[in-house]
Design a binder for this molecule. Sequence first.
Ligand SMILES: NC(=O)c1ccc[n+]([C@@H]2O[C@H](COP(=O)([O-])OP(=O)(O)OC[C@H]3O[C@@H](n4cnc5c(N)ncnc54)[C@H](O)[C@@H]3O)[C@@H](O)[C@H]2O)c1
Length: 269
Amino acid sequence: MNLQNRLAGQVALITGGGGEIGTAIALRLAAEGSAVVLGDLDGAKAEATAARVMAAGGQASAIALDVADPSSCEASVAFALSSFGKLTTLVNVAATVIPDGTVETLTLDLWNKALAVNLTGAFLMCKYAVPHLREAGGGSIINIASQLGHIGVQNRAPYCTTKAALIFLTKILAQDHAPDHIRANSISPGFILTERSSKRVGGKDKARLLNGPRHLLNRPGEPEEIAAGAAFLASADSSFVTGTDLLIDGGYVTFKGRMTPEGKTVMVG
Ligand SMILES: NC(=O)c1ccc[n+]([C@@H]2O[C@H](COP(=O)([O-])OP(=O)(O)OC[C@H]3O[C@@H](n4cnc5c(N)ncnc54)[C@H](O)[C@@H]3O)[C@@H](O)[C@H]2O)c1
């Protein structure tokens, strides 16, 4: 299938665009013809992603962005418009890392930080982007949630709670802005092999061993597999898809057991 021009004429603003999944999404959307604007707390990483997109023949620009800061969110939307003249797609990827802990041990500051970045950040980006998506005649909002917004895990209340809420925010966005021809969907990845996720268990090799078996497909996912879903949700191929959560999780959420080649069921989770 030739997807080279599936997203021609689109302009996508991607938060967390300097991270691994953000970068994979940027490369994929650009390869399909979209211009991409990368925003990241780490401006140098956003610039690096933009450079990779342009080296591959795509159109990109980059800006330092803190999604926890309303004025920075507003400025990033203005920057996207000044870069490419319109906005058709918003991809909220940015999320912060919070240390493990329970409600007893976590500070209120850490809890508030998770809410500010993972949830309010998406709210703010949507707030400033929606008028321009509407002006473009409609568009697509894609929120990167998590399998852990479906199945909670111990010691990660801030992350799991904010991702579950992001899935729900997406459903309401879809309802509120369907009349504007704006579709809103979330993606819930399974364990995706990135530096951020692997650090938690001591590196990518360990993460493969430990987290692979938690999926029916017996392996972690790759950032490019999330990017493929994002490209689908940005494209007209998903023109009748809104208010949904797309699990790209190798079966993590579906089933807590997995059949080994020997026919034994291994319980995971
Ligand atoms: N990797 C996984 O296993 C996995 C699984 C499920 C969901 N996710 C979600 O996918 C997304 C990307 O994860 P990743 O593994 O690529 O992580 P990553 O750390 O590589 O990317 C996250 C990016 O967000 C940026 N960021 C952090 N705070 C920000 C802020 N306040 N404003 C703007 N940018 C900010 C970081 O600088 C980083 O570049 C996250 O939303 C994460 O929760 C990841």
